[in-house]
Design a protein around this ligand. Sequence first.
Ligand SMILES: [Zn+2]
Ligand SMILES: [Zn+2]
Length: 150
Amino acid sequence: MGFEQTISELRSNGVRLTPQRQWILRYLKDTHIHPTAEQVHQEVSKALGGISLATVYNTLHTLTKLGVIRELSYGDGSSRFDGNETEHAHLVCENCGVVGDVDAPDISNIVPESIVKLGFNVHSYRLEYYGLCKDCQVSGHQHQTRTIEN
Ligand SMILES: [Zn+2]
Ligand SMILES: [Zn+2]
């Protein structure tokens, strides 16, 4: 769902749309970088000068609860936010931390037999592939070459 569609849906559900909520939602619908709260704050500050980091945090949590964005928590305590609320998988680079989107297989094809046997009814899932992005593979290679030359 795009920004305009999400906004009109929230409006028809009686959700109050403060400028903070609108700007943060607009930014998350536009970007594919899966920003942290700090990055959202930096970006939205350009439009809303005095907005505090605490307000950004609160707004992000409200939008997550409303189900229009997703919060991706990682083990190191950092969270990233995703305006793409449809099912998709992520590619996470273990070196630079970049998070990319990739199409995920249909849920009916991905639930393993072992889960079906338990009688568990799966509604959603979170699928992440960890590894090295192309850029980090290249820089790793250069580093190795330098070491050999020395
Ligand atoms: Zn990387
Ligand atoms: Zn994503």
